[in-house]
Design a protein around this ligand. Structure first.
Ligand code: DWN
Length: 392
């Protein structure tokens, strides 16, 4: 039974940056969030057609975030050392930040966004430009690929609607001694840190280990290890196999989630109240700064900030203009465009003098340390809303 606990209002597709002439046709949907009392899975209530999201215009590239490139190099080295896989497949290979650490003869990618498929094909990796399904797993098998020693996916599995089909497809192609390793934002960390902005169209599910354990088990796979990571504001790296012995980290994570109350609906109702407070605090702060004549910009035109700006009514909506004047982002495909829903202009960092502004909102709060270090010359202050709205 799915019970609704949070309403984040009308939202656009989080990464659908647009031009002024496209404002009138912008697609919006109701972003509501539900808890499945049986599987314990948290999901958005109404899914958006994946073809609307993941296509040749998809702008998020891993390689535009230096810390993430380092992250994927390190995980590849760790996986190589521990599991020594000969055959590797990445689901959601984006622009190859993980793939490039592996020899190309025995490594393949799967990526539905055509713009990235071309990039990784040019790097020498065979890349299937399709959504991950059991049908595709059959196609890969029929193309003569042996079962994989390592199947890897980062920030991808929680993007897929049909989890049963997803895990069946993995089982179909995973060698009997192979490992399936995937990482996605942690539901526990989101609730602990009030980072509600991890919820948007691209994340139809937000995973707890508890829910994953239930769904994987149902599909004949088993979690044998869990690593808690700091990336993307707190993620879990989940290690899955057909039958490896289960390590203590699995029980520890299940226990931690139970202790926090992730199995009880009232925990989510309380979270919803904290989310509303976060919205009120942020709007109050920005309105006060505006009334005091202060100028505010944002760094990082993130999918997360799409949720924040649209939920809080910040941006080009007629009732609250210019609370945040512009957003800078390192991604070429976002520059010169307007942010989804809020229509705040996105510009290259080099095109502005940061000291013309008094405050910088951290749209990419997950990269706070890196950004603040890079902006040593900024004389103003930073604003974050995670774990609470504050000036830092
Ligand atoms: O799962 C997902 C994650 C991996 O990436 C997707 N569903 C979509 C996307 O989410 P996001 O946009 O919230 O991710 P990030 O990693 O927080 O995005 C950071 C953005 O900030 C990028 O567009 C690059 C930009 N950036 C910047 O402008 N200056 C990044 C750094 C490090 C900087 O210094």
């Amino acid at each position: 039974m799915k019970k609704e606990f949070l309403d984040l209002g009308r939202q656009p597709v989080a990464n659908a940056f647009l031009k002024k002439e496209d404002f009138d046709d912008e697609f919006l949907f109701d972003l509501k969030v539900v808890f499945d009392t049986e599987s314990k899975l948290v999901s958005i209530k109404k899914f958006v057609d994946p073809k609307r999201i993941f296509n040749e215009n998809y702008p998020y590239t891993t390689s535009n975030s230096v810390p993430m490139v380092k992250h994927f190099k390190e995980i590849a080295e760790m996986l190589m050392k521990e599991f020594n896989p000969l055959t590797v497949m990445e689901i959601g290979s984006n622009d190859g930040a993980f793939l490039k650490n592996w020899p190309n003869d025995y490594t393949i990618g799967v990526e539905p966004c055509g713009n990235f498929t071309k990039v990784t094909e040019d790097m020498g990796y065979q890349t299937y430009s399709e959504f991950w399904t059991t049908e595709l797993s059959e196609k890969i098998k029929n193309a003569g690929h042996v079962d994989f020693d390592l199947i890897y996916a980062a920030n991808c599995i929680c993007h897929i609607h049909d989890l049963d089909d997803t895990f069946k497809a993995v089982k179909n192609l995973l060698h009997k001694d192979g490992v399936f390793v995937f990482e996605d934002p942690s539901l526990l960390r989101i609730l602990e840190r009030n980072s509600y902005d991890q919820i948007y169209d691209e994340h139809p599910h937000i995973f707890s280990i508890t829910a994953l354990d239930n769904i994987l088990m149902k599909n004949g796979l088993k979690i044998f290890r869990v690593d808690n990571l700091s990336v993307h504001g707190g993620s879990n790296r989940v290690y899955v196999s057909h039958n490896r012995p289960v390590e203590p980290s699995v029980r520890e994570n299940l226990q931690k989630e139970d202790d926090f109350g992730l199995n009880e609906f009232k925990t989510y109702q309380e979270f919803a109240k904290r989310v509303e407070k976060s919205k009120n605090d942020l709007v109050d702060l920005l309105v006060k700064l505006k009334n005091d004549g202060k100028r505010v910009m944002s760094i990082g035109a993130t999918a997360k900030s799409t949720t924040v700006f649209n939920y809080c009514g910040i941006g080009a909506a007629p009732w609250q203009t210019d609370l945040i004047e512009l957003i800078t982002d390192t991604t070429k495909d976002k520059q010169g465009m307007c942010a989804p829903g809020s229509h705040i202009p996105v510009v290259p960092r080099e095109s502005i003098d940061i000291n013309d502004f008094d405050y910088v909102f951290l749209g990419a709060w997950n990269l706070k340390d890196y950004i603040i270090k890079n902006e040593k010359k900024f004389n103003g202050k930073f604003i974050t809303h995670v774990p609470k709205v504050e000036v830092v």
